[in-house]
Write a protein that binds this ligand. Structure first.
Ligand code: UDX
Length: 455
């Protein structure tokens, strides 16, 4: 069969932290001989620039601005399910009519209805998990009844097979705060309930990172996850100057050239890079503490903060002068890979965590919600590549705490140990996606099956 006929649609939830790994996966499939098309919503489709991959819009019912136009998250997800199912089906028919039939839909785990679309069309379905395998294992164990939700108020620690003991503050926020994000939790649990119906379950992680053998044993051998990550563009993992050096999607305009010029004036491994992801919504009090904590660390810093003019304390930028730079958006990978960067103050979104690990940058974790606390737990206690900040009694990371953690990650014996571990994980991440590595082989198996399969 002509490989051009082995066509895969990769469906991404329209957020930066979801488009990045799914687009990267589509690019890897294309580099291995499949025809890959990324499908996402009308208002994100024009932000994508990836020449080896086709890009097509589908509708979530809010074509001008998506989620922000909807009255609530429930309304948005319900609309995406109804309108998205119809428009994704139309897209598959359109490709069939044009002589490029689709064999498989790889879909984001936040869009579980795509499984029914694939089933109704008689094509393969593969779900792509954008969080860690440990998080997936936890949700699956909940679905299997090994842990009941909501947690009882007196539950302080959760012990699950294959995972380290997790304190309440380590758990994903829909679990630790049962009233928050119930729509997301429902979408996630719906997916875990139907996990065995997918032809493949991909995870953006790699086998060494998550001691998969332990997780498989914990699930009594019923472990459907296929590790294909980290989905970080390979030129960064290989430290090549050319090659694939961008995700190929940016929902905001980066100010990267300015940042690189500024970084070039700083000594190697001296700069703190601070970023809290694409959905950052940090309170004014917390911004103030971060600002003075960065200043007190006495090192140069580059900080990504949207609407900084409204949020930064008065006089802060003047007081730091050339030592600090604040931008609203940048090409994070380009900055993180710069030799001047010595530490990453991060919210521990899964993509940022994998980027820090894959580029060997010590991390300081200042988490907000969702999977971030559990990722931070692993950064500090399992992989030992960073330091996790503690919040005070009103839920704020104080300037003193931030300064202390930055010193712990960059200075003295603890800093040296973190650097050694960071180098080790960087090497393991690189080898997982290199030719013959575990993730690379897992992707090859999928590609071979699609090239030969009948569906
Ligand atoms: C969210 C969740 O936090 C994450 O855990 C989940 O798995 C996916 O959705 P987000 O909060 O945006 O994502 O964080 P993260 O997962 O780190 O993704 C952000 C992406 O935006 C990263 O790939 C990062 O490189 C990129 N980024 C961030 C930029 O390119 N420029 C910036 O200035 C900031």
């Amino acid at each position: 069969m002509d490989s051009q006929e082995s066509h895969v649609i990769v469906l991404a939830y329209p957020a930066q932290g979801h488009i990045n790994p799914l687009l990267q996966f589509a690019k890897r499939l294309a580099s291995k001989g499949l025809k890959a098309t990324l499908a996402t919503t009308y208002y994100t489709v024009n932000s994508i620039d990836a020449p080896t991959v086709g890009v097509e819009p589908i509708s979530d019912g809010f074509d001008e601005g998506g989620f922000k136009q909807a009255s609530s998250l429930d309304v948005y997800l319900e609309s995406f399910k109804t309108v998205g199912s119809r428009t994704l089906t139309e897209l598959v028919f359109k490709f069939k009519a044009s002589g490029s039939p689709v064999k498989c839909i790889v879909y984001d785990s936040l869009l579980p209805w795509a499984l029914d679309v694939a089933r109704n069309l008689g094509i393969y379905a593969a779900v792509f998990m954008t969080t860690s395998a440990s998080i997936c294992s936890m949700f699956w164990q909940i679905d299997l009844g090994l842990l009941s939700l909501p947690l009882k108020p007196q539950t302080a620690t959760v012990s699950l097979p294959g995972l380290p003991p997790l304190g309440r503050c380590d758990l994903p926020s829909p679990m630790s705060e049962p009233t928050s994000q119930t729509a997301y939790l429902e979408a996630i649990m719906e997916k875990f309930h139907s996990l065995n119906e997918d032809d493949w379950v991909f995870c953006n992680s790699f086998e060494d990172l998550e001691t998969v053998k332990k997780l498989v044993k914990a699930m009594r051998g019923k472990w459907p996850l296929v590790m294909v990550g980290p989905m970080v563009p390979s030129a960064y993992l290989d430290q090549q100057i050319d090659g694939d050096r961008a995700y190929g999607a940016s929902l905001w305009k980066p100010t990267s050239s300015q940042c690189l010029t500024w970084l070039a004036t700083k000594p190697p491994r001296s700069v703190i890079y601070g970023s809290f992801g694409s959905m950052e919504n940090i309170s004014a009090e917390q911004v103030e503490e971060i600002a003075w904590g960065l200043k007190a660390s006495n090192r140069p810093f580059l900080w990504v903060l949207k609407e900084s003019e409204k949020k930064l304390p008065t006089g802060f930028l003047n007081s730091v002068g050339e030592t600090g730079m604040v931008v609203s958006w940048c090409n994070q990978l380009e900055e993180l890979a710069h030799q001047a960067i010595g530490c990453f103050v991060t919210h521990c979104g899964w993509n940022s965590t994998l980027e820090g690990l894959g580029l060997g940058v010590p991390m300081v974790c200042v988490t907000e919600r969702t999977d971030q606390p559990m990722n931070a737990k692993f950064v500090e206690d399992v992989w030992k590549v960073g330091v996790r900040t503690k919040k005070d009694e009103v839920g704020i990371v104080t300037r003193e705490e931030l300064e202390k953690c930055i010193r712990g990650a960059m200075d003295g014996e603890s800093g040296e140990e973190i650097k050694r571990n960071a180098n080790k994980w960087r090497e393991l991440a690189r080898s997982a996606v290199s030719v013959g590595g575990t993730s690379d082989m897992n992707i090859n198996e999928f590609v071979v099956k699609l090239l030969e399969g009948k569906k």
